[in-house]
Ligand binder design. Structure first.
Ligand code: RB5
Length: 149
């Protein structure tokens, strides 16, 4: 499993914390920026992470902005991306088990580093359940294909 992480300026510090935590646990983490706390527009980073997630089957993405919402809204414009804003460990496990989310979006101004670490670990370690959830995710894909050609 590969991980690509990105943030804007609002998520810069939390991204560093998450990256440090994951590397300590032996995960391979690619950093899409921001590489400094200078202001950067979150859709630009969301696009880089979304493209990377789509480039291989076993890549999951993590996005961090102020609320997690701008990043998720932008990433979800990319066909094939299912980005979920998670503010709890429960939401993170459901995002994987039920929604097969391939990007976790976190708000640095909403979620502290301790909780964010738990959310990230849960998201990365929870498998998609399939079954009836696969039917529903397939319907998301079908919906998407009716709007993107
Ligand atoms: C940046 O100020 C802020 O708007 C951004 O980080 C994010 O929260 C947008 O959703």
């Amino acid at each position: 499993m590969q991980i690509i992480i990105g943030s804007d300026h609002a998520g810069y510090e939390l991204k560093k914390d998450i990256k440090r935590l994951l590397e300590k646990k032996g995960w391979l983490v690619k950093d899409a920026g921001a590489h400094s706390p200078e202001p950067v527009d979150y859709p630009d980073i969301a696009e880089i992470v979304a493209r990377e997630v789509l480039s291989s089957e076993d890549t999951l993405g993590i996005l961090v902005c102020g609320t997690g919402m701008g990043m998720a809204i932008a990433a979800n414009k990319v066909p094939g991306i299912r980005a979920a804003v998670c503010t709890s460990v429960y939401a993170a496990s459901m995002a994987r088990e039920h929604n097969d989310a391939n990007i976790l979006s976190i708000g640095a101004r909403v979620t502290d580093a301790g909780l964010a670490g738990e959310i990230v670990k849960t998201f990365l370690q929870t498998p998609f359940q399939g079954g009836r959830h696969a039917r529903r995710v397939d319907k998301i894909k079908a919906l998407e294909s009716r709007f993107h050609r």
